[in-house]
Design a protein around this ligand. Structure first.
Ligand SMILES: O=C(O)CCC(=O)C(=O)O
Ligand SMILES: [Fe+2]
Length: 272
């Protein structure tokens, strides 16, 4: 196991994820909890292999964006396909998916995704990296006045957040009832505290006046990323990368030549 960033990211070499036994997996899982983002390069996977491996981390759920699901395997989302509309225009929602800002996947859900895993099928000649950042580092770096102010506070979240960004959803799926999560969230497995926050999905911080809530959201947006709590992943074909949505943020660079392919299989994983 090799550390990629000082506080986030680990890479494990010399394994075939199709073949690891239970003891090997337990070790890998511990490395993932430790690193929040686990990178395994050079894998050759078919869809059943990818699903089988992903299910060792938890339960795989189809993503609410129905139009981007794999036609034969709804639990797999395919990133980067159907990028051009019938008239040849670039579909920005598909091209920029995950690149609008730092986020965690599934904050709009009563039970957010524990993890997201990607398998890289095609990589553009330049650009297309994914950025990761540690929520533990973000929490640790908060001034104590803010830690105290946030303790016990709940955030209200929906899919599209304040901007109602729902372009990837079908019309009938665009109405969301807000769900509530503690902003200071204790990770259920490591028991460490993390700043659980998502500027694109949060509506308000419960119990605060609108202005105060918006100001606090602004301040947390400024503070969610710390300089040494980051890792930037440059993709190669065959990479399998899983991140822990309970303790990390991520963002796609969304900067690659649009005429080139950048394709991943993607799964969302819950605890149960
Ligand atoms: O394509 C990427 O680099 C990440 C996209 C993203 O945010 C996601 O799959 O949840
Ligand atoms: Fe994401």
């Amino acid at each position: 196991m090799r550390r990629l960033g000082s506080q986030i990211g680990v890479e494990v070499d010399g394994i075939d994820v199709k073949k690891i036994d239970d003891a090997g997996f337990a070790e890998l899982y511990r490395a993932w909890l430790e690193g929040n983002v686990l990178v395994v390069r050079g894998q050759e996977l078919e869809i059943p292999d990818f699903l089988r491996y992903s299910r060792r981390f938890g339960v795989v759920y189809p993503h609410p964006s129905k139009s981007t699901r794999h036609p034969d395997h709804p639990e797999i989302t395919v990133l980067g396909i159907n990028k051009f509309k019938a008239d040849g225009e670039l579909d920005i929602a598909i091209y920029r998916r995950g690149g609008e800002g730092w986020h965690t996947d599934g904050a709009y859900d009563e039970e957010p995704f524990k993890a997201t895993q990607l398998y890289s099928l095609a990589v553009p000649s330049r650009g297309g990296d994914t950025f990761f950042a540690s929520m533990y580092a973000a929490y640790d770096a908060l001034p104590s006045r803010l830690k105290e102010r946030l303790e016990g506070r709940l955030g209200a979240f929906t899919y599209g957040g304040r901007r109602k960004a729902t372009a990837l959803l079908n019309e009938e799926d665009r109405d969301w009832t807000p769900v509530f999560h503690p902003i200071v969230r204790t990770h259920p497995e490591t028991r460490r505290k993390a700043l659980y926050f998502d500027p694109g999905k949060i509506l308000r911080i419960d119990g605060l006046e609108a202005r105060e809530s918006n100001e606090l959201i602004e301040e947390l947006t400024e503070r969610m990323i710390t300089p040494d709590g980051q890792y930037r992943h440059a993709w190669r074909q065959g990479d399998v990368v899983i991140w822990d949505n309970r303790c990390s943020y991520h963002k796609a660079a969304a900067d690659y030549p649009p005429e080139e392919d950048r394709i991943h299989w993607r799964v969302s994983i819950k605890e149960r």
